[in-house]
Design a binder for this molecule. Structure first.
Ligand code: GLN
Length: 488
């Protein structure tokens, strides 16, 4: 048995009993990375020496006993959007190509305090803008299930690394689907918590009213354990909520009996891959056998979600990305004067998609257009949120597909941004409404590519979606399948 193939929960048991050491697990993970990274390119930066040192410290703590953190000694991967003290943090952009942060973000600090081992920083779409990880300025990550496919995005490096056992679990961020969509594409579990549940302090901002941090894991139990470790109030993030963090794993009893699940008709639409629809409908039947009650619900403003998102997200991004000016940190172009330094640094430092978003966002916020676009989008956002409030009067959770298709071919959508934007058609609404949502594997298409089912919950009710996801996982075998890393 190779240690890197085990789950976080399984390894925790073995580490606690001292059957294995954290150094052994960490070395096993790095051996796996050496054997597979040429094919996958999941990582931007690997921290081998640091990781082994952290693993040694974890082993000392384990040796003393008395500690219960499930993350103690577990090798994890971090999306390259998380600030990590002393470790290069690029956000997959040339403009941050040389940026070494002076501090850790809160989620990273919590993981470190819990004794986790940081394996490295994973590839992503530049500034988390994308659905395929092809917008990275550093590398293209390949899907472990079929190497000519994208891993999804923007947290595609984290998803590929988890699926291919190049880490035990990973952390991603989700602004419009960037945890759930790559999780679905790579056949793993990914959870976007409620807005405000996890601190955003020390993650590079994309769209501040939508961004959330969340776990990407091999199964639902690991997801619950990791969420508990990173969740909670943080005075450094004024949008983090001061509410107690439940012991999420305690809700995983394999039983979903009596839960009412809403199925929105707007999420089963013409144009989606038929196998995706079939797999999700079959998954719903499995849950019905498990005792859930099905309710038909309607989310009538769903059709506006993508448009609303691409106004709000680009508007916020245009403001957040104003800080990259070649002066304070990051890439600086050679220029004759200050203004030219600003313009050239941005011109040379940002990739095409990031520039497109900055232009769209600046336009939507400009005088004369603000009311017509930004204000209107905010109003429709409220309608999207109200749709969910109405639906949640009839049900405890909502089930939909995570993405309309399985992983597409590398290069297939890069020339058509609108097609790329539609990859998030089913995930975006949860961000607009601030709701928690999880993606779990629910089958494969004829080409052997994984399919994901999304479960959306009420605000701060991660416990219910985890409980449902776990009950489904217990009844199926999908999460146990491993990719072969071939061209297929
Ligand atoms: N794919 C969406 C976008 O490009 C969402 C990205 C994300 O969640 N970070 O904006």
């Amino acid at each position: 048995m190779s240690l890197h193939t085990l789950t976080l929960h399984e390894l925790h048991g073995k580490l606690k009993k001292r059957e294995v050491s954290s150094v052994e697990v960490t070395e096993s993970v790095f051996r796996r990375i050496s054997a597979t990274e040429d094919k996958l390119h999941s990582y931007i930066t690997l921290c081998r020496d640091k990781a082994i040192a952290e693993a040694k410290q974890a082993d000392e703590r384990l040796g003393k006993g008395g500690e219960s953190s499930p993350l103690l000694g577990i090798p994890l991967a971090l999306k390259d959007i998380f600030l990590t003290q002393g470790v290069l943090t690029t956000c997959a952009s040339k403009i941050l190509g040389n940026f070494v942060p002076p501090y850790d973000g809160t989620a990273v600090r919590k993981l470190k305090e819990a004794g986790a081992v940081a394996v490295g920083k994973t590839n992503m779409d530049e500034f988390a803008m994308g659905s395929s990880t092809e917008n990275s300025a550093i590398a293209i990550t390949h899907n472990p299930w079929k190497l000519d496919r994208v891993p999804g995005g923007s947290s595609g490096g984290s998803a590929a690394a988890v699926a291919a056992d190049q880490c035990i679990a990973a952390l991603g961020t989700d602004t419009g689907g960037s945890i759930r969509q790559p999780a679905a594409c790579c056949g793993i579990v990914g959870l976007k918590p409620t807005y405000g549940r996890v601190s955003r302090y020390g993650i590079i901002a994309f769209a501040s009213s939508l961004d959330q941090v969340g776990p990407m894991t091999k199964n639902v139990t690991d997801c619950a354990l990791m969420l508990e470790a990173v969740a909670g109030y943080d005075p450094s993030d004024s949008t983090s909520v001061n509410a107690p963090v439940p012991a999420y794993a305690s809700f995983l009893n394999g039983d979903a009996k009596g839960l009412r699940v809403g199925i929105p008709k707007e999420y089963f639409i013409p144009g989606m891959q038929p196998e995706v629809e079939q797999a999700v409908k079959e998954a719903i039947r499995v849950l019905e056998k498990n005792g859930i009650r099905i309710e038909k619900v309607s989310l009538p403003h769903t059709e506006y979600a993508v448009a609303v998102y691409y106004i709000i997200a680009t508007a916020e991004a245009s403001s957040n990305l104003a800080r990259y000016d070649g002066m304070k940190y990051g890439y600086r172009a050679l220029a004759r004067d200050l203004t030219e330094t600003y313009t050239r640094s941005r011109e040379q430092g940002f990739g095409a998609e990031v520039k497109r978003r900055i232009m769209l966002g600046t336009y939507a916020l400009s005088a004369g257009y603000y009311d017509a676009y930004y204000l209107k989008a905010q109003r429709v956002r409220t309608l999207v949120k109200k749709d969910f409030e109405a639906a949640f009067r009839k049900c405890d959770a909502i089930i939909t597909p995570t993405a309309p298709t399985t992983a597409f071919k590398i290069g297939e959508k890069t020339q058509d941004p609108l097609q790329m934007y539609l990859s998030d058609i089913f995930t975006i609404s949860a961000n607009l409404a601030g709701l928690p949502a999880i993606s779990v594997p629910c089958g494969f298409d004829a080409e052997g590519l994984p399919i994901g089912m999304q479960i959306i919950g009420r605000h701060f009710d991660e416990a219910t979606i985890l409980r449902l996801a776990f009950a489904y996982e217990q009844a199926t075998e999908w999460h146990k399948k491993k990719p072969l890393l071939d061209h297929g």
